[in-house]
Ligand binder design. Structure first.
Ligand code: G6P
Length: 343
């Protein structure tokens, strides 16, 4: 293992700080491969259905993209890789496999099945000629560099940036504006380091947490919950905020922590959900972009044209500080592997 922490206490925090560079290098790579990206965008435009498959954190990036595609009027189906057998692909379908390592067995089995059934395969991986890339018709590569921490950080932010790039190309938008993403991530990390530490310390003392989101902030809430569960061993459940009154709210009592992820689109609806939680004594933490919320105990407020990109490092830092404040090693969470190669 030649990678070193270069003065950081853990690989995870080092890798969060490497996110701006990972995104910058990846966006530059996509610009230099713009013909390939346009070809992929055309395949998506012409496909009957776009199936997006991934595991763990990569599934959350995939869900984010799939929801974007649905909003643009495409028929897109997000698939959790280990549940690949539920879907029968057909000729005319295209499957996008998202995998940092490019080796996750469930993703590989899923694309093999879909390929046999006639779908074309696009992959987005961080490892050149990984198994998943080798079996794909179109190979897109991120340039995030090696990620040592078991919990994905810079690669998730880079997956989101890559998918935003693809979305812009699909819409005939201006890709130049993505060149500033890395600076926004850097500024966000500098701005929130102190406050995420405070929130992480508070959440680390809890037994259960809800992460609520709506629309495109739901996959980010799911990722926030996964991250704190993985490395701080706090049970966290992500839920569509509006759905929370159909069950989850019954657990809420004085001091129950609720993290609300607000990407600025559905603020009024989220504000209603916040009040419902607050009325039952919940402790409210909000991560808001572009539109502020009221009555949270602690609010992190950011501004960006690409909310997901700035929310991503925030949820990671909260989980990181929750983990270290309990004295755990976030780089090596118990029972987890960086890459899962058994079904
Ligand atoms: C493992 C890792 C996760 C990762 C997932 C998918 O569970 O612990 O951090 O998100 O695999 O990995 P992939 O390489 O396919 O993105």
């Amino acid at each position: 293992e030649t990678a070193t922490k270069e003065g950081y206490p853990h690989f995870m925090i080092k890798e969060i700080h490497e996110s701006p560079k990972a995104v910058k290098d990846t966006i530059e790579g996509f610009i230099s491969e713009i013909d390939l990206i346009k070809e992929v965008a055309d395949e998506i435009k012409n496909a009957n259905r776009i199936i997006v498959i991934g595991a763990g954190t990569s599934y959350h990036a995939g869900l984010y993209f799939s929801l974007q595609l649905q909003r643009l009027g495409y028929t897109s189906i997000p698939i959790i890789a280990s549940e690949y057998y539920n879907l029968k692909a057909k000729k005319g379908d295209i499957a996008l496999a998202i995998s940092q390592s490019g080796e996750t067995i469930d993703v590989l089995q899923g694309i093999r099945k879909m390929k046999n059934e006639g779908a074309k395969i696009i992959s987005l991986t961080n490892v050149i000629e990984s198994a998943i890339a080798r079996e794909s018709d179109y190979k897109l590569y991120m340039k995030a560099g090696p990620e040592i921490g078991v919990a994905a950080t810079k690669t998730f932010t880079t997956q989101l940036a890559s998918l935003l790039f693809l979305t812009e190309v699909l819409q005939g938008g201006n890709i130049n504006k993505l060149e500033k993403l890395h600076q926004e991530i850097r500024d966000t990390i500098t701005k929130v380091e102190g406050i995420t530490k405070r929130i992480g310390e508070k959440l680390s003392k809890k037994a259960n947490i809800y992460y609520l989101g709506r629309g495109l902030s739901l996959p980010l809430a799911m990722e926030g919950a996964l991250k704190i569960k993985e490395i701080a061993y706090v049970h966290a459940e992500a839920y569509p905020a509006g759905e929370s009154k159909h069950g989850p709210i019954s657990l809420v009592e004085k001091g129950f922590p609720v993290v609300i992820i607000n990407d600025g689109e559905l603020t009024d609806l989220l504000q209603n959900n916040l009040m419902e939680m607050k009325a039952r004594g919940a402790e409210i933490y909000t991560v808001s972009v572009n539109k502020k919320m009221k009555d949270s105990d602690i609010e992190i407020y950011l501004e960006s044209e690409f909310p997901a990109i700035v929310i991503s490092p925030v949820i990671q830092l909260i989980a990181y500080y929750a983990s270290v404040s309990k004295g755990y090693d976030p780089d090596k969470p118990r029972n987890l592997a960086k890459t899962v190669t058994v079904e």
